[in-house]
Design a protein around this ligand. Sequence first.
Ligand SMILES: NC(=O)c1ccc[n+]([C@@H]2O[C@H](COP(=O)([O-])OP(=O)(O)OC[C@H]3O[C@@H](n4cnc5c(N)ncnc54)[C@H](O)[C@@H]3O)[C@@H](O)[C@H]2O)c1
Length: 218
Amino acid sequence: MKSDNKISEAVVRRLPVYLRFLNDLQKREIPTVSSQELGQKLDLNPAQIRKDLAYFGDFGRKGIGYDVSYLIEKIRHILKLDQQINVALVGAGNLGHALSNYNAYLKDTMKITAVFDSFAPKVGQQIHSLTVQPMEELESTIRKQGIRIGIITVPDFEAQNVADILVASGIEAILNFAPVILKTPSYVRIHAADFTTDLQSLAYYLQDGREEIEDGKQ
Ligand SMILES: NC(=O)c1ccc[n+]([C@@H]2O[C@H](COP(=O)([O-])OP(=O)(O)OC[C@H]3O[C@@H](n4cnc5c(N)ncnc54)[C@H](O)[C@@H]3O)[C@@H](O)[C@H]2O)c1
C-alpha cells in the first residue's frame, strides 16, 4: 500500500462511495463484482476504479472481478472503519438534532456518541439514545470516549470558538456545517458541508431558459 499522504483526496472521497455500493451487494448476497459493473452503477470509469483500488493492493481476479466481502473488508480497513470511531457533535439545534437522530439508526462502527450544546434548556434533552451534554463536559467526554472527530452545527459566529474548543480537547478532524472558513492547526483536517453553495452551484447547470420566460411574459 502506498503511504497515506500519496493517496489523493479524490480517491479517499470515492472509497466510501464504493463501500456503500458494495454493502448493498453484500446485503443482496451477490458475491463478486467487476469494475465494469461498479463503473456502470456508480457512473465512474472502470479504469479509474481499478486504479483507485490498485493503490491498496491487488484485489481483483481476471474474469471474476472483485470478491465483494473481501473488498468491503479491505476498504473498511483502509478507511479505518474496522474500528469503533466515536464522533462528537456540537450544536443540538435543528440540524444537529436531525443528524444525531439519523445517525442513531445506523449500524456502523462510526457513530455520533456525544452531543453538546451551550444553551441550558437544550442540555439534558434526549436525542434517541443520546443525552445533550453541557459544553463543560466536552473535554472530559472526548477523552473518556477517545473521540477524534467533531461535527460543528452551531451558528456561523460561534463556529470558530467551538472549533478552538474541539481542537484544544484533542479533536483531529472536523466536519463543519457552519458557513465559515475555520482556522485550525495544520494537523487538523477540516471538511466543509455546504448545502447552500451546493444548491446554488446547481443553478449554473440549468438549461438557460431565461429568455423564453421573459418572452412568455411579454
Ligand atoms: N451546511 C449545511 O448544509 C447546512 C444546512 C443547514 C444549516 N447549516 C448551518 O448549521 C448551523 C446550525 O443550523 P441550525 O439551523 O441547526 O441552527 P439552530 O439555531 O437550530 O442550532 C444551533 C445550536 O447551536 C447551539 N449553540 C450556539 N452557540 C453554541 C456554542 N458556542 N457552543 C455550543 N452550542 C452552541 C445553540 O444553542 C443551538 O442549539 C448554522 O451555522 C447553519 O448555517 C448548514
